[in-house]
Design a protein around this ligand. Structure first.
Ligand SMILES: Nc1ncnc2c1ncn2[C@@H]1O[C@H](COP(=O)(O)OP(=O)(O)OP(=O)(O)O)[C@@H](O)[C@H]1O
Ligand SMILES: Cc1ncc(CO)c(N)n1
Length: 277
């Protein structure tokens, strides 16, 4: 038999969600569904369900860095993304490992920084030192920064209540160093549509989509950022990969379902044939 071609690969640097809705589980599932081989550097294990994050164990920083370096040296990383980074110490280790591996805006490998600060239920996924390290060390390395509106507030102090505010926030965030900023609009409940915004320092690109009337959006942010990362791993330019990420997550939210007492997961099944769901 002749050897099969290797698929593109993408790396997620993220925490585990025992509920399987968000975190590295959402990322790996999205990579798979996008036809991309998923590589993973686990940062932390959370004890989590739809009621909240009940406990967690962070991995030692050298183990996080070791995972990044091991897969980058041997298997090749087409694009990388971050999720829950847990602590300032882990962020220092991730920044150093990414530099070594050529991941980041000055390296060859595109880097999506999803500045995950809190679980949907509100619990912080890192402390103040973590926020400062994220801002100072990872934002300047990001090819694309993908904050939701809560993360915009934490990073800039700005409270965004409309689309105009998203434009202003994108300009302020761009000054913190990322090549592109993609402000996610899921929390702008007053807007009848769900229009994300991409900014490269000079041009705004709107990523439009319907606002699906469902409470079940757990994992939407991770799914959007990982579909965008998968697009970059496939070689798409950033604007095209952002449109692909938005298209992908919109289908995932449309097909989301209840599971557990609170917010249920977005669907990873929507690309399966109906008889297989
Ligand atoms: N009700 C919805 N209908 C359609 N798209 C949505 C909806 N809610 C969120 N999205 C999309 O999902 C993505 C994530 O947006 P959001 O602002 O909710 O991020 P997040 O808060 O990081 O997500 P998470 O729910 O995982 O915490 C965005 O691309 C957004 O446009
Ligand atoms: C592990 C993990 N990563 C990210 C999020 C945010 O969606 C979460 N709830 N849990």
């Amino acid at each position: 038999m002749t050897e099969n071609p290797s698929p593109p690969s993408a790396l997620t640097i993220a925490g585990s969600d025992s509920g399987g809705a968000a975190g590295l589980q959402a990322d790996l599932r999205t990579f798979l569904t996008c036809g991309v081989h998923g590589l993973v550097a686990v940062t932390a294990v959370t004890v989590q369900n739809t009621l909240g994050v009940h406990d967690r164990a962070d991995l030692p920083p050298h183990i996080v860095a070791g995972q990044i370096e091991a897969v980058a040296a041997d298997m090749g990383v087409g694009a990388a993304k971050t999720g829950m980074l847990a602590s300032a110490e882990i962020i220092h280790a991730v920044a150093a490992a990414c530099d070594k591996a050529g991941i980041g805006r000055d390296g060859a490998i595109p880097f999506v920084v999803d500045p995950v600060a809190a679980a949907m239920t509100g619990q912080s996924l890192f402390d103040d030192d973590g926020l400062a390290a994220l801002r100072d060390e990872l934002l300047p390395r990001a090819t694309v920064l993908t904050p939701n509106l809560d993360e915009v507030r934490l990073l800039t102090g700005m409270t965004v209540t409309d689309r105009e505010g998203m434009h202003t926030a994108a300009v302020v965030l761009h000054q913190l160093g990322p090549k592109y900023v993609l402000v996610k609009s899921g929390h702008l409940q007053s807007d009848p549509e769900c229009v994300d915004l991409l900014f490269d320092g000079s041009t705004f690109v709107e990523l439009p989509g319907p606002r699906w009337q469902t409470p079940h959006t757990h994992g939407a942010g991770d799914t959007m950022a990982s579909a965008l990362t998968a697009g970059l791993a496939k070689g798409m330019p950033v604007v095209e990969a952002a449109r692909y990420g938005k298209w992908f997550v919109s289908q995932a939210v449309e097909h989301s379902y209840p599971m557990g007492a609170k917010v249920g997961p977005v669907s990873a099944f929507w690309r399966l044939a109906p008889e297989e769901r």
